[in-house]
Design a protein around this ligand. Structure first.
Ligand code: F42
Length: 140
């Protein structure tokens, strides 16, 4: 695997470290709700990147929401996943190799978005405060 470069955001890097060092038994929540870890490749650096996201599922698939708290721009990991869809998803103690595709079909996107807001209601506030349409990925 390529060199791992931690997030420049300290609270994010700290959560990744705790999550992985504990084998997926600690650091697995945000605001009391479950978090997954997505390992992906940086499209410019080729480095290994690790991104904690809220856990949202559709059966045995994972829904990834590029909300970044409703910021005006997509998070950088959005571009990484568009360039290379291969990811590894850690959900607690379980790790799965998966492929993450952005869902642009309107009906399918709104179905998945609804599941996301049910799992983590703040996603709707994030969408309300930004002009961009928050991207939705499905990993399977
Ligand atoms: N973010 C979400 O968007 N959705 C969530 O559901 C979510 C949940 C969540 C739960 C816990 C937690 O700790 C964090 C959570 N976050 C969530 C925040 C998420 O983990 C990311 O930190 C956030 O979305 C911002 O993503 P980012 O990729 O912009 O990360 C920044 C802070 C970062 O780490 N940047 C690095 C840097 O050096 O600036 C990496 C940059 C990178 O990927 N570089 C690419 C490369 O090639 O290596 C090039 C990218 C380019 O286009 O330039």
């Amino acid at each position: 695997m390529n060199k791992y470069i931690p997030s420049t955001s300290k609270w994010v890097a700290d959560q990744v470290e705790l999550y992985e060092a504990s084998g997926g038994t600690e650091g697995t929540t945000l605001r009391g709700l479950p978090v997954i870890l997505v390992t992906n490749t940086g499209w410019k650096t080729g480095a290994t990147r690790k991104t904690p996201l809220m856990k949202v599922t559709d059966g045995n698939r994972y829904i990834l929401i590029a909300s970044q708290g409703g910021a005006p721009k997509h998070p950088l990991w959005y571009h990484n996943l568009k360039a290379d869809s291969k990811v590894e998803i850690r959900d607690g103690v379980n790790v799965y190799p998966m492929v993450a595709k952005e869902i642009n079909n309107t009906n399918e996107r709104s179905r998945l978005w609804k599941l996301a807001v049910e799992a983590f209601p703040p996603y709707q506030e994030y969408q309300n405060k930004t002009e961009r349409t928050i991207p939705v990925f499905l990993a399977e």
